[in-house]
Write a protein that binds this ligand. Structure first.
Ligand code: GDP
Ligand code: MG
Length: 437
């Protein structure tokens, strides 16, 4: 996958005290190949490496103190730029705000309509109305009703009406009369672009003049996603892109190319089938993720949503004072377990996506880790530096694990503490520095 390959390409530079022009050129060639393999359009991949090379030369990478790190930073920044730079929110003006979903069948429109309604309801205090304009399959209307029930949002439908434009207009009237301040219109899709579908959604679009027209695309469809985006954009001139099915594993190709081809921002990503599996799209986090760092910031944010504030403050103090110990690690793990879907979460941990790709992740994935920590004395937990070879053997015996497993945990713990400390002291710069060494 792309992150593996980029990782490998950048590895050439990482750790090198000194790099040469040949080195840079080799690395960029690898980066370009990785991008092409990930379905990034040829011209974009070429422009990308040219820009990075120019910047590298301009910033005297070759004579800088830590050339490898500087290169990694340049690649990361350029990836971020390619995906739009800053995050872009959705336009919530209008009473009600009218949001129109577009995209092929199976791209995730209905699921995302539900996720967005839930997001706007719980995070923005809105009162959304979902509208079923997929009039061809009775099952589609039912599906939206199921979603609506799940999140406690009303669904407007007219099962007997075969006029999508009229349904959408009636729904907006209904919303105005009943105090709904957001109207999310779910539409029909086809398996491939066809004229009839395009005409229908274009008619709905013209009739209701949405404040936000969103194009939903399955990120697993690679280069096809880009062609579809182009076709929809030519017709609807949409406002933003939703990338769905970005669960766990990283597939960056579509994200990298779509923005450049249609010049519209990616606004949200879908990361699972559940209603909570929605995230705002942050280009720099996506770049981190593509570079194989894992989406640490999202992970921490999701974790924090589950914590009470007090807990988080205590933890921050400990990290700042270098007092983060295995007891804290253990309670972190317990928090993570509470958050549910292990696969989603593990994919966000740096390196873990790769390491655990082929491993079936069970809910007791942390069993060994917990056993090992439970076999430590209180002193060992608060002051891991006292754990020497002898103690490791004892801990392994006590927990029914191998010394290598204890070593591995100690290493993970060490990395995690370092990472937490860095994230505290000023975000992006530190993350970038971390990548270099
Ligand atoms: P629509 O035809 O565009 O309305 O697509 P649906 O919303 O019905 O979604 C098609 C399938 O994709 C369903 O099985 C969804 O559960 C699934 N799906 C949608 N979004 C995601 C996502 O972000 N991750 C995963 N894993 N599945 C998704
Ligand atoms: Mg649907």
């Amino acid at each position: 996958n792309l992150s593996d390959k980029l990782d490998k390409a950048l590895h050439i530079l990482k750790g090198h005290g000194k790099i040469t022009e040949v080195n840079v050129a080799d690395t960029l060639k690898e980066v370009r190949r990785a991008l092409l393999d990930a379905d990034v359009n040829f011209k974009i991949a070429k422009d990308f490496t040219t820009t990075v090379k120019e910047k590298a030369m301009g910033q005297n990478v070759l004579t800088s103190l830590q050339p490898g790190q500087l290169m990694v930073k340049l690649v990361k920044d350029e990836l971020t730029e390619l995906m739009g730079g800053e995050e872009v929110g959705i336009n919530l003006s209008g009473t009600p705000t009218v949001i129109l979903m577009s995209g092929l069948q199976g791209s995730g429109k209905t699921t995302f309509s539900g996720k967005l309604a839930n997001f706007l309801k719980t995070k923005k205090g809105k009162k959304p109305l979902l509208v079923a304009c997929d009039i061809y399959r009775p099952a589609a209307i039912n599906q939206l009703h199921v979603v609506g029930d799940q999140i406690g949002v009303e669904v407007y439908s007219e099962p007997e009406n075969k006029d999508a434009v009229a349904i959408a207009q009636n729904a907006i009237k209904h919303a105005k009369a009943n105090g709904f301040n957001v109207v999310i219109v779910d539409t029909a899709g086809r398996l491939a672009i066809d004229e009839q579908m395009m005409n229908e959604i274009a008619n709905v679009h013209k009739a209701i003049t949405p404040h936000e027209t969103l194009f939903v695309v399955d990120s697993m469809t690679g280069q096809d996603a880009v062609n579809t985006a182009k076709a929809f954009n030519d017709r609807l001139n949409f406002d933003g892109v939703i990338l769905t099915k970005l669960d766990g594993d990283t597939r960056g190709g579509a994200a990298l190319t779509i923005k450049s081809v249609v010049n519209k921002p990616i606004k949200f990503i879908g990361t699972g089938e559940k209603m909570e599996a929605i995230d705002i799209f942050y280009p720099s986090r996506m770049a981190d993720r593509i570079l194989g760092m894992g989406d640490v910031v999202s992970l921490v944010e999701r974790a924090q949503e589950q914590y009470d504030e007090e807990e988080a403050r205590k933890l921050q103090k400990k990290i700042a004072k270098n007092e983060f110990g295995f007891d804290d690690f253990l309670s972190q793990i317990q928090q993570i377990k509470k958050m549910g879907n292990m696969k989603d979460l593990v994919g966000m941990i740096p390196g873990a996506g790769k390491a655990l790709k082929d491993v079936e992740i069970e809910d007791d994935a942390f069993k060994h880790i917990e056993a090992i920590i439970h076999s430590m004395t209180p002193l060992e937990r608060t002051k891991p530096t006292v754990i020497d070879g002898k103690r490791k053997i004892r801990i392994a015996k006590g927990s029914g694990t191998k010394v290598e497993q204890v070593n591995q945990l100690m290493k993970q713990f060490d990395q995690m503490s370092k990472m937490m400390k860095m994230m505290q002291g000023g975000g992006g710069k530190n993350l970038a520095r971390m990548m270099g060494g």
